[in-house]
Write a protein that binds this ligand. Structure first.
Ligand code: NIG
Ligand code: FE
Length: 385
């Protein structure tokens, strides 16, 4: 294996509390990558020799972003729906069916090319791990196809046959399909199972049935919860031991208690509130209660079509009153917690060498300079991506 010394790092975010503060930030730092992993981090003065060296000239280095929620396998777009929202039409999940029709009509090559395009966008913006859901196929064949394609890009694949009930189906028969033949076809390509628990999508009893069927097949549960109004999603996430309850826009005190006491990660997706012109989730209430918070894009063609974790960080700081340090932690270590990954989301010896180099002296610039492309280089498993 060959080793690479990165030096001239003005600020290195390790997310290792041993180095102090939430982010374990080191100044005038260096880092050694050996093969796929981090071999050493510390002060530039103490850096060990390596096979080659790269002087970053005073730039900041952060762990690569862990985007724990996205829907990238789809065809077409819904730009007109977005434009209508901006003149007052409210968001409803009904638009999902428009994307389902376009996705079923697309070829494997078209879907694969679209995922590749979006994953490339994400990497350019510093994302090194991404979770990808199905949910725009909603037939046995089309859900299995979406997951097979997603698996070409990530290990974090999520079966979301329970996104909405297709227009031509009865809810009870569709739940039978999702827990039966569709699960049979999807399970081999999936790590996770997800349900959209919301009025207009699936209720608590249907969702419990679906998640338990997935768990019985070795899939791990996560939930779309409490996006459009208060509801049973968060409580169900706690009940079934879900890794994450994502959206969390409308929460009761009991929901916050359930998240805090069970350790279910709250996934906040502020690009969705931005693009649906909705109230942002109350991140302070969650953080002050001790809930683990992840930030993710939820990139999809309907409720929010941004692939940018830096944009989510800027929104979290400006609109949700997270500190810049909390927002960066949630976009890296928080995302890793949401995906139950211990090998990513931090830069400590032994971790996977997934990192982003900023054209800036500090991570603060991610929120301070919104919409500026600050990521100059991304490494995934030790290799330039
Ligand atoms: O996470 N909430 C459900 N699913 C997506 C939206 C999908 C769509 O509108 O196409 C979400 O926001
Ligand atoms: Fe989503």
């Amino acid at each position: 294996m060959t080793s690479l010394l990165l030096t001239g790092i003005s600020s290195l975010v390790t997310n290792d509390p041993a180095h102090g503060g939430l982010l374990g930030e080191l100044h005038d730092a260096a880092l050694v990558i050996d093969g796929r992993t981090i071999a050493w981090v510390g002060s530039r003065r103490d850096a060990p020799p390596a096979d080659s060296a790269l002087d970053l000239g005073g730039r900041a280095v952060i762990p690569g972003f862990v985007d724990s929620h996205s829907h990238l396998v789809f065809a077409g777009d819904r730009a007109e729906e977005f434009a209508a929202r901006m003149t007052g039409t409210p968001y409803s999940a009904g638009g999902i069916r428009t994307t389902v029709a376009a996705t079923r009509d697309a070829t494997d090559e078209q879907l694969t090319a679209n995922v590749a395009r979006l994953v490339t966008e994400m990497r350019r913006q510093g994302t090194t791990t991404v979770e990808i859901k199905s949910g725009y196929g909603l037939t046995v064949k089309d859900e299995a196809r979406a997951l097979r394609i997603a698996g070409q890009f990530t290990d974090e694949t999520t079966y979301l046959g329970a996104h909405v009930v297709p227009a031509d189906q009865e809810p009870a028969a569709y739940v039978d399909l999702v827990t039966g033949p569709m699960l049979d076809a999807a399970a081999q390509y999936s790590k996770w199972i997800d349900v959209f628990v919301e009025r207009g999508a699936f209720d608590a009893d249907q969702a419990r049935t679906i998640l338990e069927a997935g768990i019985a097949r070795g899939l791990h549960p996560r939930i779309h919860a409490n996006q459009l109004g208060e509801g049973p999603g968060v409580q169900l996430a706690a009940e079934v031991g879900a890794a994450a309850a994502d959206h969390c826009t409308y929460l009761t005190d009991a929901d916050i208690d359930a998240l805090a006491s069970t350790g279910v990660v709250a996934g906040l997706l502020p690009a969705i509130e931005f693009s649906t012109r909705s109230p942002y989730p109350d991140a302070r209430r969650l953080l002050d209660a001790g809930v683990t918070v992840a930030l993710a894009t939820d990139c999809n063609p309907g409720s929010g079509y941004s692939s940018s974790m830096p944009f989510c960080i800027a929104l979290a700081v400006r609109e949700m009153h997270m500190t810049p340090a909390e927002a960066l932690w949630s976009a890296t270590a928080g995302g890793a917690a949401s995906l139950r990954r211990t090998d990513v989301g931090h830069l400590t010896p032994g971790a996977q060498a997934d990192l982003a180099v900023l054209e800036a002296p500090s991570y603060l610039h991610l929120a301070y300079r919104p919409a500026v492309p600050l990521i100059t280089q991304t490494f995934i498993a030790g290799r330039p991506a």
